[in-house]
Design a protein around this ligand. Structure first.
Ligand SMILES: [Zn+2]
Ligand SMILES: [Zn+2]
Length: 159
């Protein structure tokens, strides 16, 4: 980690009116290195970096950084929240149902047209969170490999 990057994160915190603490810096760094991590993942990474830190301190740090807009929180249905530092560009996410890997996907239609809901009911919309569920290429490949193997086996049985 270069000195410059840590200075950047220092000033990022200050610009958002946050006190610079080793824990917040470590949380911020962990999220930028491993985007779409859960709070538990971040806790593991931060502990390796700065030593003892309670899970609660990591949760608090993530909460404050998210509230201030430095981090974005993604809450997929039925699974733990993930955090990332790619904020303010309204991108979306793909999640693998099999291995839970999450990747970024740019907005399908361009800049922000998906912020225009069919019926906004008078709400001033500033974020649309689309999550596409499916299977990642690795999991699809793994499944087709095992299907091929079964097929080969079946062919042997019938011969
Ligand atoms: Zn997968
Ligand atoms: Zn993302």
């Amino acid at each position: 980690m270069s000195r410059e990057t840590s200075v950047d994160k220092d000033s990022l915190l200050r610009r958002h009116g946050l006190q610079v603490t080793a824990q917040r810096l470590a949380v911020l760094r962990a999220v930028s290195v491993r985007p779409h991590s859960t709070a538990d993942d971040i806790h593991t990474v931060v502990r390796v970096e700065i030593g003892a830190i309670s899970r609660q301190a990591v949760y608090d740090g993530l909460g404050v950084l998210t509230d201030k807009g430095l981090l974005r929180r993604i809450q997929p249905a039925g699974s733990p929240a993930r955090y990332e530092d790619r904020v303010g560009d309204n991108h979306h996410h793909l999640i693998c149902r099999t291995c839970s890997r999450m990747v970024d996907v740019d907005c399908a239609v361009g800049d922000v047209p998906c912020l225009t809901a069919a019926d906004e009911s008078g709400y001033e919309v500033d974020e649309a969170e689309d999550i596409y569920w499916g299977r990642c290429p690795e999991c699809v490949a793994a499944t087709s490999r095992s299907t091929e193997a079964e097929g080969a086996h079946a062919a042997l049985d019938t011969s």
